[in-house]
Design a protein around this ligand. Structure first.
Ligand code: SF4
Length: 311
């Protein structure tokens, strides 16, 4: 959960997760729907799917948790950082970790104006530094301390250098250049413009479909989405007839626009609400309006639910 998400956002979900999935066995036998619901609001849902797959794989492999980097990294969703965190924090092995906090600290300590994502040499340099620290003794304490130092002292903006326990070995501090490191990451956003179609029947049940091809809501139950760059007027868009024929539309309205970012996607989504005359040809799962917040897990799709209220 803590990959990409802050501790404060994770706490409630983590407690519920541990309460409902206390062991690898219980998690492995849970349904994917239940696992995703426990991840509601945390985003990056591939993490939930991966942890579920990992639990199943561990059981298939005899039920014991791997204690070396190679086996850990072969599990779904466990990369170099997570493997290092598990090995050092859980098994007290002299294994390195490298997260955003440590990258920031190392960049400043060494005055490196490159990020580990730049190329292989850069990545190797950061990992070598991380291993140097992990070998220094009590790797679990050192790794944990570095992460905390990054979170509370060597912060992104206004680092508290005067209170920093490692200022004596910090080049950026010595040269008064902490604000210059690390270099800014170039984020390449992809814009997605389109609309969601919220179709209800006369009893107020809404049609949800899973979206195997959606770039940002893969395999989640959600309102049908269409990428559509044209400006919206108050006319029924022809492309929506891929879901519902116009003859079956009792009434429709554009009820607003949702703006949201998911991973690298910047989304601008108009919401088209439609009341269907009947359910003929409308395949998917019909959910009563009041149950939508429980069935829809992504915060983006939750915003669409809000825009169905005045329809
Ligand atoms: S002295 Fe400042 S820049 Fe250097 S590691 Fe400490 S907080 Fe970060």
């Amino acid at each position: 959960m803590l990959q990409q998400t802050q501790v404060s956002a994770v706490q409630t979900a983590f407690k519920k997760w541990m309460q409902d999935f206390p062991t690898v066995q219980v998690l492995a036998s849970a349904s994917e729907e239940s696992v995703l619901l426990h991840w509601q609001g945390l985003g990056y849902y591939s993490r939930a799917r991966n942890i579920h797959k990992t639990a199943k794989q561990i059981l298939q492999n005899g039920g014991s948790f791997p204690e070396n980097r190679k086996d850990l990294e072969s599990l779904p969703g466990i990369g170099a950082y997570t493997a290092g965190a598990i090995l050092s924090l859980a098994f007290h092995q002299p294994e390195a970790i490298l997260d955003g906090n440590l990258v920031r600290i190392f960049s400043r300590l060494c005055e490196w104006n490159f990020l580990p994502t730049k190329d292989k040499n850069s990545k190797d340099a950061y990992w070598a530094e991380a291993y140097k620290w992990a070998q220094a003794g009590s790797p679990f304490l050192t790794n944990e301390a570095l992460m905390e130092l990054g979170r509370t002292v060597c912060k992104k903006t206004n680092p508290l250098c005067k209170n920093c326990p490692i200022q004596k070995i910090c080049n950026a501090f010595k040269n008064n250049r902490a604000a210059e490191f690390p270099p800014k990451k170039e984020t390449k956003y992809v814009s997605w413009i389109g609309f969601a179609i919220a179709i209800c029947d006369s009893e107020g049940n809404y049609l949800l479909q899973s979206s195997p091809k959606s770039p940002f809501l893969k395999n989640q139950l959600t309102f049908p989405l269409f990428e559509y760059a044209d400006a919206f007027k108050n006319v029924f868009p022809g492309i929506a007839e891929n879901i519902i024929s116009f003859e079956n539309v009792k009434r429709f309205a554009f009820t607003g626009i949702v703006e949201h970012s998911i991973t690298r996607y910047k989304i601008r989504c108009s919401v088209l609400c439609v009341e269907a005359k009947n359910r003929k040809g409308l395949t998917g799962t019909w959910i009563p309006k009041q149950e939508l917040p429980k069935k829809i897990i992504s915060s983006f799709a939750q915003k669409i639910v809000i825009l169905t209220h005045d329809f």
